[in-house]
Design a protein around this ligand. Structure first.
Ligand SMILES: CSC[C@H]1O[C@H](OP(=O)(O)O)[C@H](O)[C@@H]1O
Ligand SMILES: Nc1ncnc2[nH]cnc12
Length: 298
């Protein structure tokens, strides 16, 4: 079902919470829907229409299915820059991003949720991974990719592989030896772009399988992932309902400690001398950060 199409510029700056749905989570039907946006950003259109919902207390929440509703973008093709740019333009300050992941640890069982704090990049350099390019050079800090520390717990590391084929058993063993706890194909460049957009970002990993490191078991298949995700998606929706009240409070004040890791990340990232920033590059980045002056001609 399609909802009334709204103009992103009329909503700009008013939607502070963003939810990205992954494999198996293509709608958030437990929130009231106001309408949808499908903007053309300097990086093209997002994966699909972004649904604008309202919580019980009236806070607006943006929901975007990463692979499109119907799952038509491969993990390598997801237009991540357009996705993050559109969410930023709406005013999103914090994102909860859901993902179906393989477990690399016995104790992380299919059905478990994991909030990873670290990422190891095994993508192959074929995904555009920055807003700063073609006439403007910028490097944001990314030592703490989750941005906000979760409650004290064992710190989980997420491996992001290119795909689309799943890993070999040798790779799966190697990732375990590197300290990987869970694996997907989606957290990058999404998490890096969120940092460049100065949006707090936390991926919620939903374990669907044990990948292929358990020699005596069958290797992961899409069937296994879909079956577990199907059973899991109501838990994902319940989690959104449970955290929204805290998120509503957290996103109110950009000066609060919640935003310490990301505040000013893009302001101080740019290396290019103002007179050398290409006007078209400055114009693109202005869509995200109208308050920063990167170019001499701004
Ligand atoms: C369907 S199995 C592989 C696929 O599932 C995950 O997608 P998402 O992170 O969007 O839930 C994984 O990253 C792969 O893209
Ligand atoms: N085993 C796996 N490897 C990569 N991505 C996944 N998504 C779900 N399970 C996965």
């Amino acid at each position: 079902m399609r909802f009334p199409l709204l103009d992103i510029e009329e909503l700009a700056g008013t939607v502070h919470i963003g939810i990205i749905g992954g494999s198996g989570l293509y709608a958030l039907d437990n929130l009231a829907v106001i309408g949808a946006v499908y903007p053309y950003t300097p990086w093209g259109h997002p994966s699909d229409h972004i649904t604008i919902c309202a919580t019980a207390s009236g806070t607006k929440v943006a929901f975007l299915p990463r692979h499109g509703k119907g799952h038509f973008w491969t993990p390598s093709e997801v237009p991540a820059r357009a996705n993050l740019a559109a969410l930023k333009r709406l005013g999103v300050r914090a994102i909860l991003a859901f993902s179906a992941v393989g477990s690399l640890r016995e104790e992380i069982r299919p059905g478990d949720f994991v909030l990873p704090e670290q990422i190891i990049d095994r993508t192959k350099g074929i995904r555009p991974a920055s807003f700063f390019d073609k006439g403007i050079v910028g490097h944001v800090p990314f030592g703490d990719p989750a941005g906000v520390h979760a409650a004290p717990a064992r710190r989980a590391t997420l491996i992001c592989m290119e795909g689309p084929a799943f890993s070999t058993r040798a790779e799966s063993h190697m990732y375990r030896s590197w300290g990987g706890d869970v694996i997907n194909m989606s957290v990058l460049p999404e998490a890096k772009l969120a940092r460049e957009a100065e949006i707090a970002y936390q991926m919620v990993c939903m374990a669907t399988d044990y990948d292929c490191w358990r020699e005596e078991h069958e290797a992961v298949t899409v069937e296994t992932v879909v079956a577990t995700m199907h059973a899991n998606k109501d838990n994902a929706k319940r989690l959104v309902e449970a955290v929204i009240p805290d998120l509503e409070v957290a996103v109110k004040d950009l000066e609060a400690p919640f935003f310490d890791k990301i505040r000013g990340a893009a302001k101080f990232a740019v290396m290019t001398a103002p007179e050398k920033v290409l006007p078209e590059a400055a114009e693109r980045v202005r869509y995200l950060h109208p308050q920063y002056t990167y170019a001499a001609t701004n």
